[in-house]
Design a protein around this ligand. Structure first.
Ligand SMILES: Cc1cc2nc3c(=O)[nH]c(=O)nc-3n(C[C@H](O)[C@H](O)[C@H](O)COP(=O)(O)OP(=O)(O)OC[C@H]3O[C@@H](n4cnc5c(N)ncnc54)[C@H](O)[C@@H]3O)c2cc1C
Length: 159
């Protein structure tokens, strides 16, 4: 992969039909990619909605490619944003509809579960969520960074 195909941050530059810059029939979607256009020089945000919508569009486009039909440029439809902000709490901004608190938290879980492919993935996630909820386990949210400390100045020195 040449440097000109890679954006700062390591994302692969693609055109409107998700084709990697400099390649004919190699495509990239989701977090590894950035659809770079004049209007959108840094690509779409690295969120699940983008990846899901690109996946659906690319399937159609590959079928079109195989059948000798024109491919259709990807357009991102921003459905809104949701974020959990603690136990039983979330915020949801679905453009005209805005929710917060427990209802938004239930909505967040429902939307995320429905977005997972297959029954077994959904079942595993429900099980994990239930265990974490009941045990109040927050291990997975820890971001651990090791430092060596300069004993003279007490300044942290990254390893
Ligand atoms: C902590 C966290 C919280 C987030 N919260 C949100 C949120 O609330 N809402 C939201 O919209 N987005 C959220 N995101 C972003 C969202 O998860 C990503 O945008 C989305 O998952 C991108 O989908 P993807 O298919 O491109 O990549 P991924 O979901 O990362 O899928 C890539 C897959 O490829 C596999 N893989 C990697 N390398 C290889 C290899 N060499 N061979 C085979 N398989 C490989 C990986 O195991 C993985 O299964 C969050 C991300 C993180 C990290």
């Amino acid at each position: 992969m040449s440097e000109e195909s890679v954006l700062k941050g390591g994302r692969l530059i693609t055109d409107g039909i998700n084709r990697i810059k400099g390649f004919t029939n190699v495509f990239a979607i989701g977090d590894v990619s950035a659809v770079v256009t004049e209007k959108n020089p840094v690509g779409f945000p690295g969120v699940a909605q983008v990846a899901l919508q690109q996946g659906k569009q690319l399937v159609k486009n590959i079928i079109n490619l195989v059948n000798g039909k024109p491919m259709i440029a990807f357009t991102y439809v921003d459905l809104g944003t949701m974020e959990t902000i603690g136990r039983n709490k979330a915020v949801a901004n679905l453009h005209k509809l805005r929710f917060k608190g427990f209802f938004a938290w239930l909505l967040w879980m429902f939307v995320h579960l429905m977005s997972l492919a297959g029954f077994s993935n959904k079942a595993i996630v429900i099980f994990n969520w239930a265990v974490n909820y009941l045990t109040r386990n927050s291990d997975n949210r820890l971001i651990i960074h090791y430092f060596k400390t300069n004993t003279m100045t007490m300044d942290p020195v990254a390893r």
